[in-house]
Design a protein around this ligand. Structure first.
Ligand SMILES: Nc1nc2c(ncn2[C@@H]2O[C@H](COP(=O)(O)OP(=O)(O)OP(=O)(O)O)[C@@H](O)[C@H]2O)c(=O)[nH]1
Ligand SMILES: [Mg+2]
Length: 256
């Protein structure tokens, strides 16, 4: 539900998955925390932190291809003190596992790792890309992976997990998670979301955003037979363009 800038989407499968993740953590050597490079703080998997206790963590700044380059470099530098390793990746392309050689993981011959993060952030894509296969189901909507599943590749056994959100998302994380499509779209008012997104991206007031959305509808031929502008379709298209990077490489969260 959307309420005073707070979002609440914690369906039963998330609670169940969190329990299962907790049961498996003692078997793993380290975990990958996947965040969206465009809002790396708001997309941290706050809800799952505690279950990993003190397990070493590699932070994955995913969708680097959609985020501002220099802002992401600054974030990587910022996080490098807090994490065992920080990766900037585009999980739609294959990723070389050589980075593991530069991390001190002890003398084990095989490692077990787990991937965790909020829904739709690219967890399954990341595993597919480091294992150079397309085994795990990937789709552009929140809630695709519903259970834990293990994949073996070289000296790594890696576990994919369903996306988990905190039980309550507060502002501004709720806003960024919505902009990025990391929550079930059915609970969002997309017209309102597109106007807020326009206000934020172009630093304009709400009434100016309403004008801009109308201009956008006109420019994209989104006019109904009677001649009225189809603002619903315009909102959907604007949000889609932003999420796919068609408006450029944009970071929502930047370091001061
Ligand atoms: N441009 C771009 N798209 C990505 C990247 N990583 C993932 N995607 C896309 O993001 C969408 C979601 O990817 P998934 O791997 O299914 O995300 P997930 O975190 O496993 O999602 P759930 O299982 O629903 O929690 C898909 O359309 C992917 O193609 C990336 O680095 N760059
Ligand atoms: Mg998945």
């Amino acid at each position: 539900m959307v309420d005073n800038n707070e979002l609440n989407w914690f369906p039963g499968h998330m609670a169940k998955s969190l329990k299962k993740i907790k049961e498996v953590t003692r078997f793993i050597d380290f975990w990958f925390e996947i965040v969206d490079a465009r809002a790396p703080v708001s997309t941290q998997a706050a809800g799952v932190y505690s279950v990993f206790k003190n397990k070493p963590c590699i932070l994955v700044l995913n969708r680097y291809d959609l985020a501002n380059k220099s802002e992401t470099d600054r974030w990587a530098n910022y996080f490098s003190e807090k994490y065992m390793y920080v990766l900037k990746v585009n999980s739609k392309k294959n990723i070389n596992l050589d980075f593991l050689n530069s991390i001190n993981l002890g003398n084990k011959k095989k490692f077990r790792a787990m991937v965790a993060g909020v829904p739709n952030v690219g967890k399954s894509s990341f595993i597919n890309s480091i294992c150079h296969l397309k085994k795990l189901k990937v789709e552009n909507r929140a809630g695709v992976t519903r259970d834990l599943s293990w994949i073996s590749f070289k000296n790594l056994e890696i576990c994919d997990t369903p996306g988990i959100l905190p039980t309550k998302l507060h502002f501004p994380s709720s806003k960024y998670i919505s902009y990025l499509g990391l929550i079930k779209s059915e609970i969002l008012d997309l017209e309102d979301l597109s106007l807020n997104l326009m206000s934020d991206l172009y630093k304009i007031k709400r009434n100016e955003a309403v004008e801009k959305l109308s201009d956008f509808a006109r420019a994209n031929g989104l006019v109904s037979k009677g001649g009225t502008l189809d603002l619903e379709r315009a909102s959907n298209l604007f949000i889609k363009k932003f999420r796919m990077g068609n408006l450029g490489r944009i970071s929502l969260e930047v370091l001061d």
